[in-house]
Ligand binder design. Structure first.
Ligand SMILES: NC(=O)c1ccc[n+]([C@@H]2O[C@H](COP(=O)([O-])OP(=O)(O)OC[C@H]3O[C@@H](n4cnc5c(N)ncnc54)[C@H](O)[C@@H]3O)[C@@H](O)[C@H]2O)c1
Ligand SMILES: [Zn+2]
Length: 354
C-alpha cells in the first residue's frame, strides 16, 4: 500500500475529491476551540450545502485518551455508522491523532479526512499515517498506522491560532529544512518567522518533506529517524517542564533540543562550526526562554535513558552533518550530551554565560 498522503490545497480539488468519495454520513469532529474558530470557516468554504453531523470533544492533550476514543466508538455504534461514513477531523494534532485512531479501528476502519488547523498538525501530525492516544502515562502508547483519504490544507485556519502555538509549531518546519532541504532553509533565513509560518508555499514544502521521508520508510525503521532531530533532548526537557509551573509547548522543547543536538552534530557528525553559528543565531533570534535556568541535567539524562528509542542503556541521536544531510543512529558520550545542554541553555536564556 502506498503511504502517500493525498494533500489538497484548493477548493476546486476539494470539490472534485468530495464528489468522488460517495460519502454516506459525514461526521465533522472538532474540539471546543476548533468548533468556535474553525468550523464556521470550514462549513462555509468547504461543506456548502452538504449535510453533516457535528461532534465536539474537549480541547487539550489530556483528552487524547482511550476513554475518549471509546465514547466516540459508542456514538458511532448508536448512530449506526457504517463503512460509508466519513469522519472529518477538524483540529490540531491532538484531534487528528485521536480521530484517526477512532476511524482506523471502528469496524476495522472507516474513511477519515484530516483538516489540520495548526501548523504543527499541517506539517507534521497529519502526514505519515500515525494515529494514537496516550495511555498509562505514556504519549501515543496505543495507536495504529492508518491512511487518511486526504489532508486539506488551508492557511486561513491559522488566523485564529495563538502566536505562541504558531511559533512552536514552526519548529517542525525548521527541522524539515535542516534535515532535508537547504534551499528551504535559505528561504526561512530571508523572511521573518511570522511571514513564513502561514505561507502556503512553505507549509506545502514542509509537508512534502515529511511525506517524502515517511514514504520511503512507512513503518519507522530507517530514514524516518531523521525526523527525530531535536527530539531526543527535546522530549526530555518537554517532559520535565510539564512537572513545573512553566510547561513548554512541544515545538519550544524541540527548539531547545535542536540547539543542543546541533552542537552534538558539530562534535560528532562533522557539522561545520559556521553552520552551527548560522542556525543557532536564527533560532535564538526567533525564540527565547527566560525560565530554563533551573534545569536538572541529571533528570534530563534519566529521561533520555528511559526513552523507548534508546537501546541497551545507550542514548541514540539523529544528527546532521550539513544542512539537508542527516546522520542517523549516533551514540554520544554523556559528557558531550551534558555540554550540549549547557550550550543550548546559554544560547536560549537571557543570561549569556561566557
Ligand atoms: N501522528 C503524528 O505523526 C504526530 C506528529 C507530531 C505530533 N503529533 C501529535 O500532535 C499533537 C499536538 O498537536 P497540536 O500542537 O496541533 O496540538 P492541539 O491539537 O492540542 O492544538 C493546540 C491548541 O490549539 C487549539 N487550536 C487548534 N487549531 C486552532 C485554530 N485554528 N485556532 C484557534 N485554536 C486552535 C486547540 O484546541 C488546542 O488548544 C500531540 O498530541 C502530538 O502527539 C502527532
Ligand atoms: Zn515533534
Amino acid at each position: 500500500m502506498s503511504n502517500k498522503t493525498n494533500i489538497i490545497h484548493s477548493i476546486g480539488d476539494w470539490n472534485h475529491f468530495i464528489d468522488t468519495m460517495a460519502a454516506g454520513r459525514i461526521i465533522v469532529l472538532t474540539d471546543t476551540n476548533t468548533s468556535k474558530h474553525c468550523l464556521p470557516l470550514f462549513e462555509s468554504k468547504y461543506l456548502r450545502a452538504s449535510q453533516f453531523t457535528h461532534w465536539e470533544i474537549e480541547a487539550g492533550e489530556a483528552n487524547k485518551t482511550l476513554a475518549q476514543a471509546e465514547q466516540l466508538w459508542t456514538k458511532l455504534m448508536h448512530r449506526e455508522a457504517d463503512r460509508s461514513t466519513i469522519l472529518i477531523c477538524l483540529g490540531g494534532g491532538m484531534l487528528t491523532d485521536l480521530g484517526g485512531f477512532v476511524g482506523s479501528a471502528y469496524k476495522r476502519g472507516i474513511r477519515t479526512i484530516y483538516v489540520p488547523t495548526t501548523n504543527l498538525a499541517m506539517t507534521d501530525a497529519a502526514i505519515g499515517g500515525k494515529t494514537g492516544v496516550n495511555f498509562g502515562g505514556v504519549k501515543n502508547q496505543i495507536g495504529t498506522f492508518h491512511k487518511t483519504e486526504a489532508v486539506l490544507v488551508d492557511p486561513e485556519f491559522l488566523n485564529t491560532l495563538p502566536a505562541r502555538e504558531i511559533e512552536s509549531g514552526f519548529a517542525e518546519t525548521i527541522k524539515h529544512a535542516l534535515i532535508a532541504d537547504a534551499s528551504l532553509w535559505q528561504t526561512l533565513l530571508a523572511k521573518p518567522l511570522t511571514d513564513c509560518a502561514n505561507n502556503a508555499k512553505i507549509l506545502l514544502q514542509s509537508m512534502n518533506i515529511k511525506q517524502r521521508i515517511v514514504e520511503s520508510d512507512s513503518h519507522d525503521f530507517g530514514v524516518r529517524q531523521s525526523l527525530n532531530l531535536g527530539h531526543t533532548i527535546g522530549h526530555a526537557i518537554e517532559a520535565i517542564s510539564h512537572e513545573s509551573e512553566n510547561p513548554l509547548l512541544h515545538g519550544e522543547a524541540v527548539i531547545f533540543g535542536m540547539l543542543a543536538e546541533l552542537y552534538i552534530s558539530k562534535e560528532c557528525a562533522g557539522l561545520a562550526e559556521s553552520t552551527l553559528d548560522e542556525i543557532s543565531s536564527y533560532l535564538t533570534s526567533n525564540y527565547r526562554f527566560n525560565h530554563l535556568n533551573k534545569m536538572d541535567k541529571t533528570q534530563m539524562m534519566q529521561h533520555m535513558l528511559n526513552d523507548k528509542k534508546n537501546t541497551k542503556g545507550r542514548i541514540t541521536f539523529s544528527l546532521i552533518s550539513n544542512i539537508g544531510e542527516p546522520t542517523l543512529g549516533i551514540h554520544v558520550s554523556d559528557e558531550i550530551i551534558l555540554k550540549s545542554i549547557d550550550f543550548a541553555q546559554h544560547r536560549l536564556t537571557n543570561e549569556i554565560h561566557p
